[in-house]
Structure formats: C-alpha cells, structure tokens
Design a protein around this ligand. Structure first.
Ligand code: FAD
Ligand code: 2HG
Ligand code: ZN
Length: 426
C-alpha cells in the first residue's frame, strides 16, 4: 500500500546516538522516519520519499524490573513478546497484547497508542506508561522517565509522545506499569444468531464475570470463513452468523471456572448463545486465539484489502458492516467485521482481487461520514499515519487540529520528524 525510496537507514543503540543523528538531521534539514517493528497499518513507519529511516531495532535492552512496584524500564526497541517474556520471570505481564507481538516494538506500540486484545481489562497506554524518555527534533533529550504511579508536577508531557506516531520526537526509553501475570486463564468461543444477542452477551459478561473478564472480542461469519478458507484453521463450533471470544484471567482457577460456568449457563439457557466451547489448556487457548488474531493475515490472500479501524457506539457497531456490504454489492470479494467489541472498536475490512480506484471511491469518504454521523472515531487504535491523515477532520475539530499544528511547530520547527504523517495537508 505504501512504499518509499530511502537510501539511508540508521540503527542507533543509545539515546545519545539518537540525539546526535537528530541534531545533525535538523541542522541539515534532513527528514527522518522513525521505525519500530514496521507492523503499523496506516503507513506511518514507511518513508514517503527518501527520508532517513531511524530503526530502533538495536535499542532492545531492558534496564530494570522492580518486582515490588511492577514497573519495567526498557529501551523502546524491545519486541513486545520478548519484553513480556522478560517480565514473566518476575511474575508480571506487559498490559498490552496484539497479534503483531512477535515483531512490533514497545516504542512503536507507545508511539501509536496501540490498543489490542486486553485494553478492556488493563486500559490504554496513557494509563500504563508511567514515564517516557524522548529525543526532540533538535536532538535535545527530554527526560520524563518517571517510574512513579503518581506524579503531578505540572504538565504531563509524556502523553505528547503516546500516540503521536513519531511526529513530535523519537521515544528512546519507557517506564511501564506491569500487572501481576494471571495464573488461571479460560477462553470461551461462542456462536450467536443475532447482533442483539452479541450486545446482550457482552453486557452479561461484564456484570457476571466482573473483575476476571480480560477480553471480549467479536468475529462475524465472513471473517471466520476467511481464516478457515485462506489459512485452513478449523473452527471448534458449527457455523454461526456471529462469534465472540470471552477470556477470563485471575489467580484462582476454581473461582474463575465457577463464575465462567454460571455466566455460560445463563447465556445458553436464555438462548442468546446457541453453541460454545471453553478452553483451559494453553494449546487450545492458543488455537482459539489464532482464529481471531490471524484474521488480518488471512485477508491478504484475497488480494487487496481496504482497511478501516473505527470506534463506534455499540448500538451502531454492526450496522456499519451491513450498510457497507449492501452499498458495495458484488463489486468486492468480502466485507467483514471483527474487532475489540469490548472497547467499541470495529475492524471493517473489504477485499477485492486487486486495488481498484473505483471501489475506494465508493468506500471513502462515505465510511468516514457514516462514522462522524454517529460520533465515532475514524481511527480507534491504529493511528492516522500517512493513509488517514487527511480524514482527521471527521473526528477532530478545527480548533484541536490547529493546536496540534502549533505543537508540531514548537517541537519540530523544521518539520523533519516523520513528515506527511498524522497532520493533514490543509
Ligand atoms: P511501526 O509500524 O514501526 O511504527 C508505527 C508508528 O510509530 C510510525 O509512525 C513510526 O514512525 C512510529 N514509531 C515507531 N517507533 C517509534 C519510536 N521509538 N519513537 C517514535 N516513533 C516511533 N494495533 C493495535 O492497536 N491493536 C491491535 O490489536 C493490533 N493488531 C495487529 C495485528 C497484526 C497482525 C498487525 C500486522 C498489526 C496490528 N496492529 C494492531 C497494528 C500495529 O501492530 C501497531 O500499530 C503497533 O503498535 C506498531 O508497532 P511497531 O513497532 O511495528 O511500529
Ligand atoms: C487486530 O485487532 C488488528 O487484529 C488488525 O488491530 C486489524 O487488520 C485489521 O483490520
Ligand atoms: Zn485491533
């Protein structure tokens, strides 16, 4: 979808090296493109022209883990899965998990404010990240690397770097609050007949599972068919129009199992859920998760994917997929919806054999207008990057966009940091 033409890629190992690179680039007005694991879905980590790529891959050291407070301090190039395994040795977990965990960097996650599969339980990175060290375009190092849970000493500047996609500074180090690693995990895979049943089941999961509910994900029939057909993965239950994954995590297996069974009995007796299975062993849990986590990968085999990552109030959540499907008719292969329903985050994906301008013009801006009408967000968790930046006005006011531009001017006056990303052309 995106391709640059850079001839220089630099791999710093230390904050001082990042500082020296940026200071040089700023003096010579050379544009740079920060790159983490390069798994982003909006073209933010790919140069547009010949920007100098600054890869964070060698900044992968964990500096400390405080097992009393649960705070880990690390460089931003740590791969998410490796960092999670590191803190697991201290009985902790990184409060973020996503399908790209084997490649994405924690610095990339923070720079995109990634949401993922457990935001419902652990909240956004704006809450879990306690401190950030970042280098400004000038090369100046900004040390906001607090490891304290409470620190109200003035403006909380770390938030400027969370979700700004490398346009305000390069994140070099992070302090993250890690919760205890759960010792009991259950995963239910449920089949449902209507979207109203999905909503009711989510509400029941929240009230009946309470504090042990750790994930609530949604898959429609078309998305599941895609992983089955294109990746040959097998569903554990018969075909249904809608599916849900409901995960519980806690510290007492018997207690969690009892609660989950009461919940399942309730939703099955009431007829909201018509089939389901529960996995407790790690290999079955992993198989069921792969049905959800690998949908994005399975779509690629259809040909070209038009990708949308949208926040929508729950009553409108699936209507958007239905409307889009009807609107596009037979010109496409697939229009499917899945995502983090527990967070009101829909991943709407449309595929066709090849990229067709005509199809794109039927999808955009209709899809963004639809989203704005119900007061949703045109980018729930992936960011704006290169691909979505010119649609920002569907989700942000002119005043807010104006202030973003002023902040960019203050922090990067020469505009060298990730140009053509996040901020709109006009
Ligand atoms: P990159 O793609 O390399 O970069 C992303 C942006 O951050 C770019 O703008 C880049 O310039 C900037 N950047 C990277 N590192 C730094 C740094 N150190 N300092 C400053 N700027 C930096 N996203 C979700 O939110 N939730 C999901 O559930 C999810 N699942 C995914 C599943 C799959 C299979 C795939 C392929 C992607 C998924 N994503 C998801 C999208 C993507 O993985 C996330 O956006 C991730 O956080 C990007 O991390 P990265 O290290 O790959 O960053
Ligand atoms: C997911 O939740 C990712 O699987 C990717 O955010 C979503 O590719 C997508 O549409
Ligand atoms: Zn997602």
């Amino acid at each position: 979808m995106v391709r640059g033409a850079s001839s220089v890629l630099l791999k710093p190992k230390t904050t001082e090296e990042v500082s020296a690179i940026l200071s040089y680039c700023n003096q010579h007005k050379l544009a740079v493109c920060p790159q983490g694991g390069n798994t982003g879905l909006v073209g933010g980590s790919v140069p547009v022209f010949d920007e100098v790529i600054i890869s964070m891959a060698l900044m992968n050291q964990v500096e400390s883990v405080d097992s009393w407070s649960g705070v880990v301090v690390c460089q931003s190039g740590c791969v998410l899965e490796a960092l999670d395994q590191h803190v697991a040795e201290h009985g902790l977990m990184v409060p973020l998990d996503l399908g790209a965990k084997g490649s994405c960097h924690i610095g990339g996650n923070v720079s995109t404010n990634a949401g993922g599969l457990r935001l419902l339980r652990y909240g956004s990175l704006h809450g879990s990240v306690l401190g950030v060290e970042a280098v400004l375009a000038s090369g100046e190092v900004i040390d906001c690397l607090s490891t304290m849970k409470k620190d109200n000493t003035g403006y909380d500047l770390k938030h400027l770097f969370i979700g700004s996609e490398g346009t305000l500074g390069i994140v070099t180090k992070l302090a993250i609050n890690c919760p205890p690693r759960p010792t009991a995990v259950n995963l239910a895979f449920l089949g449902l007949q209507s979207f109203d049943d999905v909503l009711q089941t989510f509400r029941d999961a929240k009230s009946k599972l309470g504090e042990i509910l750790s994930s609530c994900e949604f898959i429609d029939r078309s998305s599941l068919e895609c992983v089955e057909e294109n990746l040959k993965l097998k569903s554990p239950i018969e075909p249904h129009p809608y599916y849900m994954l409901i995960e519980t995590s806690g510290s007492n297996g018997d207690h969690d199992e009892e609660k989950l069974n009461t919940f399942l009995e309730y939703v099955m007796t009431s007829g909201q859920v018509t089939d389901g299975t529960v996995a407790t062993e790690p290999s079955r849990i992993q198989h069921i998760w792969s049905l959800r986590e690998r949908i994005a990968e399975s779509l690629i085999a259809d040909g070209y994917t038009y990708k949308y990552d949208i926040s929508i109030p729950l009553p409108h959540f699936y209507k958007m997929v239905e409307d889009m499907r009807e609107h596009l008719g037979s010109s496409i292969i697939r229009c499917c919806g899945y995502g983090h329903i527990g967070d009101g985050n829909l991943h709407l994906n449309i595929t066709s054999k090849e990229y067709e301008k005509e199809i794109l013009s039927r999808i955009e801006p209709t899809i963004f207008e639809w989203t704005a009408r119900v007061k949703g967000s045109i980018s729930a968790e992936h960011g704006l990057g290169f691909k979505k930046r010119n649609y920002i006005h569907f989700s942000k006011s002119d005043g807010a966009i104006g202030l973003m531009k002023q902040m960019k001017k203050i922090m990067d006056p020469n505009g060298i940091l990730n140009p053509y990303k996040v901020l709109p052309d006009n």
